[in-house]
Ligand binder design. Structure first.
Ligand code: SF4
Length: 360
C-alpha cells in the first residue's frame, strides 16, 4: 500500500475520535433504523442543516413500519427544504422493501444493504459498520480527502482507478474491533480538521504520518478535475390563480426537486420568458394562460447548477382539469402539499396582497 501502516493510523485516530467526537443524535444510538435514516439524510447535507430534519423525521416516523406505511407525500413534506428529494423517495421505498422482504429488520450484510434503493457503497459501509460492527470501509468525500493527503495521492481522485485505490486503502485501514468508530473517525477528521481549503495540520492526530504534510502539499491535494463552478440555467414559472385556487404540478421523478409539487414552468427553451412560460404550462397541464406581471425573481443555487429567472402571475383562460400530476386546488390546501420551498414562499406572499385575483 505504501505510506503509513494501518495499525499506526488506527492507534492515533481512534483515541483522538474518542476525545474529540461531536455529540450528534445518531451517535447516541445503535438502533439500525435510526442510523439508516441518518445516513440517507446526511448524503450531501451538512450536519448542522440535517440535524433538525433527523429529529423531525423520527418524530413523524418513529419506526421502519411507520415509514413503510406512510404516504410518500408525508415523507416529502417532512423532507421539504432539505433538497435532493430522491433520497426521501429512496428511503421510503427502502422501508417498504425492508418490511415486505426482510420482515421489518434492516439487513445485516453489506451486499443486502447495497441492494436497497438509494444505497451505494458509502451508505452500505456506514450502516454495516456503525449499526452492525461489520468490518467494511465507508468512503465519502471527507474520507477521500484524508486518504489522498495522508497517502499523498497526486492523481485525479474522480477517476475510476484512483477511486478503487482509495477504496482499497480504506478497506485495509478499517479497525477490526471498532469498524464503525473508525469510519466515523475518518469522516470526523475530514469534516473538522482536514478540511478542503484550510487543513489544521498542527491539530491533526495523523500529522506525523501524513505524506502530504511532510511534502508541504496538504493544500494541493486532493486533485480533482470536477469543475467547481455551477452553470446558470434560465428558468420561468407561473403562479396561475383564479377563484382562490392555485395550479400546481408534480415535478417528474429523476429531475431536480423530483416528486415535489411545484408551480408549472421550468427550464427556458430560448424564446421570450413569457412565450416559454405559456409553452411549458400548456405542455405540463394542458392549460392556456394569460401571463400577467412578474411576481418575483428566481435565484436559487443547487449543488450542480443555479436557477435564475422569474415567476409571473398568470390567469387560466379555462378551468384546469386535474390529473395525478396536475392539481387545481384551494390555496390553503396547496400549503399542505410537499412544495418546492421557494414556490411555497411565492404562494404564501399572495396572502399579503389585497386582491387575490389581480391578474384577471
Ligand atoms: S496532517 Fe494535515 S493534511 Fe494530513 S491528514 Fe492531518 S490535517 Fe489532513
Amino acid at each position: 500500500m505504501g505510506g503509513p501502516s494501518p495499525a499506526d493510523v488506527r492507534a492515533r485516530l481512534l483515541p483522538w475520535y474518542d476525545a474529540n467526537r461531536r455529540d450528534l443524535p445518531w451517535r447516541r444510538t445503535r438502533n439500525p433504523y435510526r442510523i439508516l435514516v441518518a445516513e440517507y439524510l446526511l448524503q450531501r447535507t451538512r450536519i448542522k442543516s440535517g440535524t433538525p430534519y433527523y429529529e423531525r423525521f423520527l418524530k413523524r416516523f418513529p419506526t421502519i413500519r411507520d415509514l413503510a406505511a406512510g404516504p410518500l407525500d408525508d415523507v416529502l413534506a417532512v423532507w421539504e427544504g432539505l433538497g435532493f428529494y430522491g433520497r426521501a423517495r429512496n428511503l421510503h421505498a427502502a422501508a417498504r422493501v425492508i418490511v415486505e422482504e426482510h420482515r421489518g429488520r434492516i439487513p445485516q450484510s453489506y451486499d443486502a444493504l447495497t441492494s436497497l434503493p438509494g444505497i451505494g457503497p458509502y451508505t452500505a459501509g456506514a450502516v454495516a459498520s456503525i449499526a452492525f460492527g461489520i468490518r467494511v470501509p465507508a468512503v465519502d468525500g471527507n474520507v477521500t480527502r484524508v486518504i489522498a493527503r495522508v497517502f499523498r495521492i497526486r492523481e485525479d481522485v474522480t477517476t475510476g482507478t484512483v477511486r478503487r485505490r482509495i477504496a482499497e486503502i480504506a478497506a485495509r485501514l478499517v479497525s477490526e474491533d471498532r469498524p464503525g468508530a473508525f469510519n466515523q473517525a475518518m469522516m470526523e477528521l475530514g469534516a473538522t480538521v482536514c478540511t478542503p481549503l484550510a487543513p489544521a495540520c498542527p491539530k491533526c492526530p495523523l500529522e506525523r504520518l501524513c505524506l502530504a504534510r511532510a511534502a508541504g502539499e496538504e493544500r494541493d491535494l486532493p486533485v480533482s478535475s470536477r469543475s467547481r463552478s455551477a452553470p446558470v440555467v434560465p428558468v420561468v414559472f407561473g403562479l396561475v390563480t383564479a377563484d382562490e385556487r392555485v395550479l400546481v404540478v408534480r415535478r417528474p421523478r429523476g429531475r431536480l426537486l423530483g416528486g415535489l409539487w411545484a408551480l408549472p414552468g421550468g427550464e427556458r427553451s430560448g424564446r421570450s420568458e413569457k412565450e416559454d412560460l405559456k409553452g411549458s404550462i400548456r405542455s405540463q397541464t394542458g392549460v392556456e394562460v394569460r401571463v400577467g406581471p412578474r411576481w418575483t425573481h428566481v435565484d436559487r443555487t443547487f449543488s450542480h447548477l443555479k436557477w435564475s429567472g422569474s415567476i409571473y402571475r398568470c390567469s387560466p383562460i379555462r378551468r384546469p382539469q386535474e390529473t395525478d400530476s396536475v392539481r387545481w386546488i384551494p390555496r390553503e390546501e396547496v400549503m399542505r402539499l410537499p412544495l418546492v420551498p421557494f414556490h411555497r414562499d411565492a404562494i404564501k406572499a399572495l396572502a399579503g396582497i389585497e386582491s387575490f385575483e389581480s391578474t384577471r
